[in-house]
Write a protein that binds this ligand. Structure first.
Ligand SMILES: Cc1cc2nc3c(=O)[nH]c(=O)nc-3n(C[C@H](O)[C@H](O)[C@H](O)COP(=O)(O)OP(=O)(O)OC[C@H]3O[C@@H](n4cnc5c(N)ncnc54)[C@H](O)[C@@H]3O)c2cc1C
Length: 379
């Protein structure tokens, strides 16, 4: 960015503190105690967000919320340019930038303006669609829950799904009467179908399987699916399976769709619950020189130990790590493995690098794009 001009060298160390670390209380219970009232059922969105912010303040009180607009390798380190133009230098960068950059829109919507078609990642305000005609595309949780909410606010909604049937989650609950046997089939991480869930919960084992098996297990674990509790809420919502949109053309403020069965729809808006395709070249804060040096296969990079990329000192967490560490990385429950693996690696790196002094500090922009000034890992 043109206005990124100030310069600052700041060795940094992510300071993770959690006030209740030594407490026996679950963080949610600690939050309840600290906020002095009960949560209610269901938990309201406001309280849920407040809990998230409370947790962040307790765990990472010095998080820097400035956006990172550029990361550039420089002299064996990394230079980060923040949104206000400040430059920060770090020996190590851990990118946990999430999936919003990877949102996918079907090609038919390439030229449709945002006023007529919104991806679920954009968090559309569904209450503005009262009495409007909408199509929701997709068979996953984002699409199905959006359809239920639209139906409940009084929109006329239809769901289009390209597969032959919907897939519903909830087998774990249904197998619960089996007792211990059901526990054997499902890991507490709760990612993947019965049996596979156990393998997915062990990324170090999964990584050793042939790539074709890893791909198959990933497909089974993250295929589009809806929570079983949505079924009842969608009972009167039309759902067309084996149906895709061939063309979408704006027409007098509405959108005219031609579907794969040759039928047409005239709607006020389309919600695209069409998911995400990991492609880190869409992280626009990474400099072109990083992409030149990264080993990228189909949008994924190959990551080594502790999520380190082919550029020493540059790590990727979350969905971009799934090609190397399996589908667990797409989920919150994967953070337990990821954080521990990273911490172990960085501790070892520090010892190996002649115990160079590390100055505590952190940069944790918008929660999870963090830098750590630990000495370099040995190559
Ligand atoms: C519909 C849906 C349902 C899901 N259901 C579940 C579920 O039931 N259970 C489960 O475990 N997981 C679920 N997930 C997955 C879960 O949301 C993710 O695993 C989790 O949010 C990933 O965390 P993350 O920190 O990697 O990314 P995010 O939570 O997306 O956080 C990324 C952060 O990086 C910040 N950021 C990005 N770019 C920059 C930048 N340039 N500068 C500074 N900051 C930046 C963003 O602002 C954001 O704060 C679901 C996801 C979806 C879409």
């Amino acid at each position: 960015m043109a206005d990124c001009h100030a310069r600052r060298n700041a060795p940094s160390l992510l300071m993770v503190r959690f006030a209740h670390r030594r407490s026996q209380l679950h963080p949610l219970d600690a939050y309840k105690v600290s906020s002095g009232n009960h949560l209610g059922t269901p938990i309201s969105l406001e309280r849920f967000i407040d809990y998230g912010l409370w947790y962040q303040r307790a765990a990472v009180p010095d998080a820097d919320t400035r956006k990172v607009c550029a990361i550039e390798p420089r002299g064996g380190k990394f230079q980060l340019t923040l949104e206000d133009g400040t430059d920060v230098t770090a020996s190590r960068v851990i990118v946990a930038g999430g999936i919003s950059a990877f949102a996918t829109r079907p090609a038919a919507f390439d030229h449709v303006p945002a006023a007529l078609a919104t991806h679920t990642s954009e968090g559309p305000n569904l209450s503005r669609f009262v009495n409007k005609r909408l199509i929701v595309i997709g068979g996953g949780q984002s699409a199905l829950e959006s359809a239920a909410l639209l139906h409940e606010v009084g929109a006329e909604v239809e769901v289009l799904v390209r597969r032959s049937h919907l897939h519903w989650l909830g087998w774990k609950e249904r197998l619960r009467p089996l007792g211990a046997a059901s526990g054997l089939l499902f890991s507490p991480t709760d990612v993947g179908p019965a049996g596979i869930s156990r393998l997915v919960a062990a990324p170090d084992v999964l990584r050793r399987f042939p790539r074709s098996i890893q791909t198959r297990l990933r497909t089974l674990s993250i295929r589009p699916a809806g929570a079983r509790w949505l079924r009842e809420r969608l009972q009167t919502v039309p759902i067309s399976t084996r149906t895709t949109v061939i063309s979408a053309v704006p027409s007098n403020g509405s959108l005219r769709l031609i579907l794969s069965d040759n039928s047409t729809r005239l709607v006020d808006h389309v919600i695209l619950g069409t998911g995400y395709r990991v492609n880190i070249t869409r992280y626009n804060f990474l400099s072109p020189s990083i992409f030149e040096r990264l080993q990228v296969v189909d949008g994924f990079r190959r990551l080594g130990a502790a999520f380190e990329s082919s550029i020493p000192g540059l790590h990727f967490l979350g969905a971009p790590a799934a090609s190397s560490y399996g589908p667990l990385m797409y989920f919150v429950s994967g953070t337990k493995y990821a954080a521990a693996a990273l911490f172990r690696h960085l501790s070892l790196s520090r010892s190996a690098a002649a115990r160079a002094p590390v100055t505590p500090r952190m940069c944790c922009a918008r929660t999870l794009c963090s830098t750590l000034a630990a000495p370099r890992a040995p190559l």
